[in-house]
Design a protein around this ligand. Structure first.
Ligand code: SIN
Length: 490
């Protein structure tokens, strides 16, 4: 896919620091490649700790003036940013599909999804209320006000190059924080374009700083942020091991943390479910972004009475999915992000088959399309102990596990250190309440596979992390509460 945009200036291979687009201090660069072809799209700044420090300096300087703006003034800038994102949908979608591989229709959807967080938090900026505490003693007045935490470091993944960074930056800016951000090394171009649009919307210099870095350099850049006491909060979406590392390393300066980490979502189909609805829900949840989302069902538990029928219905739908480059208007599944991802998917399927699983459809690489394509796959006769059960596959593979009763389904679903999303299908209203109450996850889809929304609190429990993004709760992580006690009033 050649990268010619309507506005080619949205391709920014530089860092944004203090309102200036600049290369890495030592001039280093690295290549961003198209996962469909392996071709280089652009060479971007390969930032080091020195660049990370410059970004923190700028954000710390910009903080007091941004904090002191009226909430309405911050909201206006966010609204202009939202309008610019929407107006540049086609360019952003094209950029995203080129560096990440998702079909263009999905990229357009992601632009709208990411923009919705900006609009949402523009409104929320004007609703940051405190409390006047009912009087406890004569002559004393007590109140609680909310203040921005300060400089926020946002570290984001490659699977949603626009939405994940928008839903961190927007609430931070709405709250009055300034931001230093590092998008994933695979997909920095969409995020840098988003920063260019924020600048165009009138965001003052230093309020949003963004830098790109390779995996190795990114570790050093983030280490600088972790050690810097001026950085008061880290918000991260990515793997659980990295989340734990950030929690450990930020302990020295006790930063506030939001961690949206790995999932291993169960999807339970009870024998009283509407099977067609369950298949449709699973298709939406499992094959979004080629199975590369943290909320994708990883383990599909189907009750014995409907197992064979459900497997047939699902295999028919999955076999019909069109796998093609993002530019093909019919594409439903694009390439996976890189060679590591495709190797992991292949190794999970091989392991399952070696242990007795059957491939109903798929089960192979599609090398005729390019290096990173994998056929959408349905596996039956999968069981505990297989890699597809205990690790996040992060690809288009649906392994079907059989269960006999409700207690067993809940036990199996919860038998994981993770707890991001869980889904179940049943038409029994009493079961809905029982099961929803017992599933250990932060997000529950009940007869529904599409759960994400800017108006809903998104986040996990257990080793899937803490903090919530989106909704009225999404601002809390960027605010601290100050208690004011005024005496001498009698
Ligand atoms: C994720 O995969 O981390 C986010 C998915 C979403 O927002 O729906």
């Amino acid at each position: 896919m050649s990268l010619a945009l309507t506005r080619n200036e949205l391709i920014r291979p530089l860092n944004l620091i203090d309102g200036t687009w600049t290369g890495a201090a030592d001039g280093a660069r690295f290549a961003v490649t198209n996962p469909a072809t392996g071709e280089t799209i652009a060479e971007v700044a390969n930032s080091s700790a020195a660049d990370a420090r410059a970004a923190t300096d700028a954000a710390a300087r910009a903080f007091p003036a941004w904090r002191d703006k009226l909430p309405r003034e911050r909201a206006e800038i966010l609204r202009r940013w939202h309008a610019l994102i929407v107006a540049n949908t086609e360019d952003l979608a094209k950029l995203m599909s080129t560096e990440q591989g998702k079909p263009l229709a999905e990229s357009r959807g992601e632009v709208a999804y990411g923009a919705s967080y900006v609009a949402w938090f523009a409104d929320e900026a004007t609703r940051i209320y405190g409390d006047l505490i009912p009087q406890q003693q004569r002559g004393k007045r007590m109140s609680a006000v909310k203040e921005p935490v300060g400089v926020v470091a946002a570290i984001t993944p490659w699977n949603f190059p626009l939405a994940m960074i928008a839903r961190k930056i927007a609430p931070a800016l709405a709250a009055g924080c300034t931001v230093i951000a590092k998008p994933a090394e695979d997909t920095p171009l969409t995020a840098l374009a988003l920063a260019a649009l924020a600048q165009e919307a009138g965001l003052p210099n230093g309020v949003l700083n963004m830098l790109s870095a390779s995996r190795e350099n990114g570790i050093a850049a983030v280490a600088d942020w972790l050690a810097d006491a001026r950085v008061r909060k880290i918000t991260f979406t990515g793997s659980t091991p990295v989340g734990k590392h950030l929690a450990r390393e930020s302990a020295a300066t006790l930063k506030k943390l939001s961690l949206e980490l790995g999932g291993n979502a169960p999807f339970i189909v009870f024998d009283d479910a509407d099977l067609d609805a369950a298949v449709t829900g699973l298709m939406a949840a499992k094959f979004r972004n080629g199975g590369q989302t943290c909320v994708c069902p990883n383990r599909v538990y189907v009750q014995a009475g409907v197992y064979a029928r459900f497997a047939d219905l699902l295999a028919t739908r999955v076999a019909a999915l069109k796998v093609a480059p993002a530019t093909d208007p019919q594409a439903q599944i694009g390439p996976m992000i890189n060679a590591r991802a495709i190797d992991k998917i292949a190794s999970h399927v091989e392991d399952a088959v070696k242990q007795g699983a059957k491939v109903l459809t798929g089960g192979k690489r599609l090398t005729e399309l390019g290096p990173n394509y994998y056929a959408p796959t349905v596996l039956t006769d999968t069981r505990d102990g297989m890699l597809v059960c205990c690790e996040e596959t992060f690809g288009p593979v649906a392994p079907l596990f059989r269960f006999d009763d409700e207690a067993e389904a809940i036990r199996l679903a919860n038998d994981t250190p993770f707890g991001l999303a869980a889904y179940f299908y049943t038409q029994d209203v009493r079961r809905i309440h029982r099961v929803a109450g017992q599933l250990e996850a932060g997000v529950i889809g009940i007869n529904e596979g599409a759960v994400s929304s800017e108006a809903a609190p998104f986040g996990g429990v257990k080793e899937s992390g803490y903090g919530r993004e989106g909704s009225k709760y999404g601002l809390d992580d960027y605010l601290s509460i100050k208690y004011l006690c005024q005496g001498g009033l009698d």
